[in-house]
Design a binder for this molecule. Sequence first.
Ligand code: DX5
Ligand code: ZN
Length: 224
Amino acid sequence: MKKYTILPSVLSANFTKLESELKLCQKAEIEWIHYDVMDYDFVPNLTFGSKILADIKSNFNIKVDIHFMVKVKTIVFEDFFKDYLKTNPEMMTMHIEAMNSEQTQKFIVLCQNNGVKASLAISPGTDIVQLKQYLPVIDNVLVMTVEPGFGGQSFIKKAAQKIQTLADIRKANDYQYSIEVDGGINEQTSKVVKKYGVDLIVAGSYLFGQKNFIERAKDLIYND
Ligand code: DX5
Ligand code: ZN
């Protein structure tokens, strides 16, 4: 039986009790969290910078995928990521729509030179052809099944079909990337993405704030 990697999206956590929310993750055998950085530019919402993540990483032994929904505006592209790299994330995800090809190359190299998995996210309306040239070298693809910007939105099934296509391309070419999904995951939609061949599943509002957090997390980890 395949065991899925579940990444609770801390965007949906109650920040007045973040410590107990993260302890709950550990109790549910969760090894990763998903950290959504938004800039009120690439997306119409603003979240948090590196400080909260630094605090989490120094107090919890938990892996982190940073999902950047930002346009990088620093003069030197790499400078934007400096403080995030200091927190030792396991993976950094940037949107393909937010970068030109030169920046995309720089992002991949920056991640891999720092021992961080290089991940590219793709919004629901973007064709996977945009990712094609990077698929041989990246470590992960994040398929968005909602428009980036907010937790608690409804799953877009058509966008989820990209998971299957990406799994087929990986198999045909012997590529190494993992496939992650983000947006609108619940007990029904998780079954759909598992059938399509997903590896990593982000879940926000389906887990945080729910009485049966642990039961739901274990169902996502273990059941097909
Ligand atoms: C949306 C974020 C997601 C979000 C997921 O832009 O990238 O990570 O928090 O929340 P749910 O699981 O509630 O759709
Ligand atoms: Zn996200």
